[in-house]
Design a protein around this ligand. Structure first.
Ligand code: ATP
Ligand code: MG
Length: 364
């Protein structure tokens, strides 16, 4: 570890050099000596020491306490006071300035170095606590934002359920049978979308809290992927052509089948959903000795470049989705599943022409 870099603030040169020698004997690096409060602030700004040793009585307008308040508050550098006996008023100002340590002159080398070490450790602990607090605040902010989006997503299907149920209750048998059936179907569809939303939210929460298990087992990746394309051929009403291709098989490798299902289904779901005019959707699998490549390609609406940086963040949707339904959770889930495999996902898209998602998973 490089030596800790200290700044000495002391107007009596003899004491300053004596102090410098003692500190160097203990393995510290003294990067500068300042002799006024103003000089101390300037030197601290330019050298950014790990700690400042500060005499309280200094010539000029700014004494050691004022200088140390600026250095601690503005530069977040810890200060230890080094001073001869001080009067009560000065001691009160010293306490109010929350120093990291206080050593009386004439100083004892051991006490000095112990005080410096305690000050450095306390400062490190404070920095770590501040970082943890920032992370907790960011997490809180993320949760509040997510809650707002989720409430919004829940309101739409709930309103549909309420409106259809009201209409059936009020007019019931007066409505033609076809209309009654339609309203029941709308209730079912809304309930289905609510339950899918709930499943995705719970899955994402489990992923965030690291409660999602990663259970790799040998699977035949090519057959597994081909089966998923088959399923999508039936569910997508043939509005898109769905193609499958593979190279390098047979390909038996250890992957988590449940997680891989989320990856492929979210990518195929998007490719089909964001191709409202049809066009070809394809999934290709390439088996290399070290890794497996998956590619999902479509000729749909494409993704505007400004949406790309946040594409894998939960609840982010691009501006060109129009009336196409979605909550912005699918890619966040797919990304997390790929991360758990130690893999990577990339995207290449041209607005109005189509999109290619590429996944690479390590073989194990
Ligand atoms: P869901 O949670 O139902 O999957 P979603 O499809 O909106 O909702 P994601 O799958 O996470 O959410 O996708 C995020 C956004 O990325 C989409 O809203 C869309 O803007 C864009 N996107 C993803 N895939 C494609 C694609 N193949 N073509 C065009 N845009 C896409
Ligand atoms: Mg999606």
């Amino acid at each position: 570890m490089p030596p800790m870099r200290l700044l000495i603030v002391e107007d009596e040169h003899l004491i300053a050099y004596d102090l410098k020698e003692s500190l160097e004997r203990f393995g510290y690096e003294v990067i500068a000596i300042a002799d006024t409060g103003l000089d101390a602030v300037r030197q601290a700004e330019s050298f950014r020491p790990d700690l400042v040793l500060m005499d309280i009585r200094l010539p000029g307008e700014m004494d050691g306490i004022a200088a140390s308040e600026q250095i601690q508050n503005q530069l977040q550098i810890p200060v230890v006071y080094l001073t001869a006996n001080a009067d009560q008023a000065t001691l009160e100002r010293v306490t109010a300035s929350r120093p990291f340590g206080y050593v009386l002159k004439p100083f004892n080398d051991r006490i000095l170095s112990t005080t410096i070490e305690i000050a450095l450790a306390r400062h490190r602990a404070e920095i770590a606590a501040q970082a943890a607090q920032h992370i907790a605040e960011a997490e809180m902010h993320r949760r509040t934002e997510h809650l707002a989006v989720v409430s919004h997503e829940i309101r739409t299907p709930l309103a549909a359920i309420r409106a259809c149920a009201d209409s059936l209750q009020r007019y019931g048998n007066l409505l033609p049978p076809e209309k009654q059936r339609q309203q029941l179907q709308q209730i079912q569809a809304a309930a289905e979308s609510l339950s899918l939303l709930l499943e995705d939210i719970l899955l994402l929460e489990r992923m965030h809290s690291d409660h999602l298990e990663f259970v790799p087992m040998p699977i035949d990746v090519i057959s597994f992927c081909e089966e998923q394309v088959e399923v999508w051929r039936y569910t997508s009403n043939h509005q898109c052509q769905l193609a499958f291709s593979s190279e390098g098989g047979p390909c038996i490798t250890r992957l988590d089948q449940k997680l891989l299902w989320h990856v492929i289904n979210n990518l195929l779901s998007n490719a089909v959903k964001y191709s409202p005019e049809g066009g070809c959707v394809s999934l290709s699998v390439s088996c290399q000795p070290e890794s497996i490549g998956l590619q999902v390609k479509d000729e749909g609406i494409g993704i505007p470049p400004e949406a790309l940086p946040l594409l894998f963040e939960p609840f982010h949707r691009a501006s060109n989705v129009g009336q196409i339904p979605g909550t912005g959770l699918g890619l966040a889930i797919a990304k997390r599943c790929i991360d758990l495999h130690g893999g990577e996902i990339g995207v290449d898209s041209t607005l109005g022409q189509g999109t290619v998602f590429t996944v690479r998973l390590q073989r194990r």
